[in-house]
Write a protein that binds this ligand. Structure first.
Ligand SMILES: Nc1ncnc2c1ncn2[C@@H]1O[C@H](COP(=O)(O)OP(=O)(O)OP(=O)(O)O)[C@@H](O)[C@H]1O
Ligand SMILES: N[C@@H](CCO)C(=O)O
Length: 317
């Protein structure tokens, strides 16, 4: 195994671990359930041995033993102990303080659940002192999330194209994103749950719609890699999920019309929504769009982001 295959080196067992995980935009239009990209918006989680179980920095509804980062951390520690790997002696799952600093909106579409899952796994390995290989992180995180398109870029950074091989192995191909791209994330105040957004999809799609997306996927990857706005405009449109899901997002049509009129190269529903992304090739277009969105839809939060080409990092242990 080469050093680049490792997310984390083995070390001494530790009583604390602080992990930072980027937000992610899945699908990128035509790459339903396979493309994803990490963005410069972060959730940070500090796990620390404490006299009792306690939570800080998260909404009251999550401050309990069902918190997704906590349950993932606890399950991962148990599984490492079952496999007799590392030492969990310093971290009693019932006695931990979880402190969260969250930038990723909870309205959905920017991979907030993946930040919890990836952080819980990395923190458990760090505290047990076990080395973590990228394949192992991808497989554990995909099993927990159900699909790899958010957890892969959250783990590895950049733009990833992922699929699950017949033997169950998660394959994820990384592509760096051109630094000129600015991604304007538009997050309405209302939430769209992934489960609800999957329910509105048809069980099968016409062959021509599947074909529509195949070539466009490669075009979208190339355009994001090279900063080719005309190619992104031509390639980045979808027929597999957006036509069905836009009905769940009342702001979709007016914001798409506005973004394309002001010069964005492409506009997509981020993940399963409700967040939407406008891809712009320069800072000024992105700033103009934010200002126009403030006028048109003041309840929609607008963030100008870049691609994160790094993925999860262990900040301290
Ligand atoms: N910061 C957080 N703290 C605790 N739980 C969280 C947090 N973020 C997400 N979750 C859990 O994940 C659920 C949201 O997952 P969901 O997949 O619907 O949204 P998402 O990951 O933001 O969207 P998408 O996968 O479309 O990008 C929440 O209901 C909660 O259970
Ligand atoms: N690919 C997933 C991402 C959301 O988690 C979907 O669109 O349902």
């Amino acid at each position: 195994m080469s050093a680049s295959d490792l997310i984390l080196d083995a070390g001494a067992p530790a009583t604390r671990a602080r992990v930072r995980v980027p937000a992610t935009s899945a699908n990128l239009g035509c790459g339903f359930d396979s493309l994803g990209m990490a963005l410069t918006l972060y959730n940070e989680f500090l796990f620390e041995a404490a006299p009792q179980l306690s939570f800080e920095g998260c909404e009251a509804r999550f401050a309990n033993d069902h918190h997704l980062a906590y349950t993932t951390w606890r399950r991962t520690l148990r599984s490492l102990a079952d496999e007799s790997r590392g030492s969990a002696a310093l971290c009693d799952p019932a006695k931990v303080h979880l402190s969260c600093a969250s930038q990723v909106p909870l309205s959905g579409g920017l991979g907030s659940s993946s930040t919890c899952i990836v952080a819980g796994i990395v923190a458990a390995y760090a505290m047990a002192g076990v080395a973590l290989a990228r394949e192992e992180l991808l497989e554990r995180a995909t099993r927990a999330e159900g699909h790899p398109d958010n957890v892969a870029p959250a783990s590895l950074g950049g733009l990833t194209c992922s699929f699950i091989a017949p033997e169950g192995q998660v394959v994820s191909l990384e592509n760096p994103v051109d630094k000129r791209w600015r991604f304007v994330a538009l997050s309405p105040a209302y939430e769209v749950r992934t489960s609800e957004a999957r329910r509105v999809l048809p069980p099968s799609v016409p062959l021509e719609d599947a074909v529509w997306c195949l070539g466009r996927c490669q075009g979208t990857i190339r355009a994001l890699e090279t900063g080719d706005g005309a190619l992104l405009r031509a390639a980045c449109t979808d027929r597999l999920h957006e036509p069905y899901r836009k009905t769940l997002i009342p702001d979709y049509e007016p914001l798409k019309e506005l973004a394309l009129r002001l010069g964005a190269a492409a506009f997509w529903i981020s993940g399963s929504g409700s967040t939407m992304i406008a891809a712009c090739l320069d800072e000024q277009t992105a700033a103009d769009l934010c200002e126009a969105v403030r006028q048109l839809s003041p309840t929609v939060a607008a963030h100008i982001l870049m691609a994160d080409n790094q993925g999860v990092i262990l900040c301290e242990r």
